[in-house]
Design a binder for this molecule. Structure first.
Ligand SMILES: [Zn+2]
Length: 393
């Protein structure tokens, strides 16, 4: 059936050259439609790829046949015959996204144009978690049979994409979650660390992301992820980005950290360190704003200084195009950001100031995991408008 063929688009076998060239061309044609949906044409694809008009037409025919692309209106006339425009077929395939947290999961069904078709939530106790997650996935699988293209699972913890290696929050160790879910749902499952997912979505806010980007999540803990040209930077990733327990504060000012050491980045720059014990990742934005209003500003400034030290070190090595601070930290407002910016300035010759900003609040919770699953399955990327296509929650 058709589904099998799309799954093949992003597979790579070095043996069958003709088939792999065809798949590479399908990916390029599909990416061109994703970039300019509603205005792209067969002639445009031929022009951009250097392929013949006949080949471009044949690729488009296959993309239409597999429900990835749909024909739209006639393109504006340029004197000759009007060309038919091409759009993303958002009416068939869906990406199932599970955002797993300790006591609940957000479930989203995302169409190929990036819009969230449906969202659900499932709450559980740690003891019920496995069973209720499996049931929720089984329910979606039954309801949308034949339409699920891929599943992206976002979770706190380290993962190799197939198994959860370790999640302190979920109390999971070496859980082969992708394999387990693939027995319930007929689609490939990809596991993504939550900070990595946020970083992927943020990098996609750039029309054509290039170079390194450093993403730092500040919440109950501190995590980091590096993207290169919009994708997670290559290299051993399993435990990369675990920067929370690197010492950045020394001497008298070094506070005890929950890990038993002193002066860790988390002991100064985690939200709890800056806002007090009452902070938790479960708080809503209004409650966090209230804590920020009551907080000791000197403590927040101290956090900004500690964070800036870590950023300076990583930025000196990577020369990133920008540093993005995500998670509930955006609630700290312009003063915190200003402090971080000021503290990351340094006078060394030949170094340029790296831009630091907060994450884009328009990015939906499901966007990063959905994008990761889309790339893994079809090899294409959404543009910033599509990444923001989810209705605001
Ligand atoms: Zn620590």
């Amino acid at each position: 059936m058709a589904l099998e063929r799309e799954r093949m688009i992003n597979t790579d076998d070095g043996l069958d050259t003709q088939a792999s060239v065809r798949r590479a061309n399908l990916r390029r044609a599909l990416q061109l439609v994703f970039r300019n949906p509603g205005t792209q044409t067969r002639a445009g694809i031929a022009r951009s790829t250097g392929l013949t008009a006949a080949t471009a037409s044949s690729l488009v025919a296959e993309l239409i046949d597999t429900r990835l692309v749909v024909e739209g209106e006639q393109a504006a006339s340029t004197g000759g015959k009007r060309a038919t425009t091409l759009s993303i077929d958002a009416s068939h395939h869906l990406i199932l996204v599970l955002v797993i947290q300790p006591l609940h999961a957000d479930i989203a069904l995302v169409a190929l144009d990036g819009s969230e078709v449906e969202t659900r939530e499932v709450s559980y106790s740690p003891a019920e978690r496995d069973r209720l997650l499996d049931e929720a996935v089984a329910e979606v699988a039954a309801e949308f049979r034949g339409r699920l293209l891929a599943v992206g699972v976002q979770l706190p913890g380290t993962t190799d994409g197939r198994s959860v290696l370790e999640s302190v929050q979920l109390r999971w160790q070496d859980v082969p979650l992708a394999e387990r879910l693939e027995q319930i749902v007929d689609a490939p499952v990809l596991l993504v660390n939550d900070v990595d997912a946020e970083a992927i979505a943020e990098a996609g806010m750039d029309e054509s992301p290039s170079g390194y980007r450093l993403f730092i999540h500040l919440g109950g803990g501190v995590g980091a992820a590096v993207t290169l040209d919009g994708e997670l930077a290559p290299g051993p990733r399993d435990r990369a980005g675990e920067i929370g327990h690197v010492q950045v504060v020394f001497g008298e000012a070094a506070r005890a950290c929950r890990c038993g050491q002193r002066g860790c980045l988390e002991s100064a720059a985690a939200m709890g360190a800056m806002l007090g014990e009452e902070f938790s990742d479960a708080l809503d934005p209004a409650a966090i704003a209230e804590l920020v209003a009551r907080a000791d500003q000197a403590q927040i400034d101290e956090g900004a200084r500690a964070l800036a030290r870590a950023i300076k070190l990583i930025a000196a090595l990577l020369d990133p195009t920008e540093v993005v601070i995500g998670g509930p930290a955006a609630q700290l407002g312009p003063r915190f950001l200003e402090r971080v910016r000021r503290e990351t300035e340094y006078p060394a010759r030949g170094t340029a100031q790296v831009p630091v900003r907060y994450a884009d609040p328009r990015v939906s919770l499901s966007a990063g995991a959905a994008q990761a699953a889309l790339t893994a399955t079809l090899g294409v990327r959404w543009n910033p408008q599509q990444l923001r296509a989810a209705p605001p929650s």
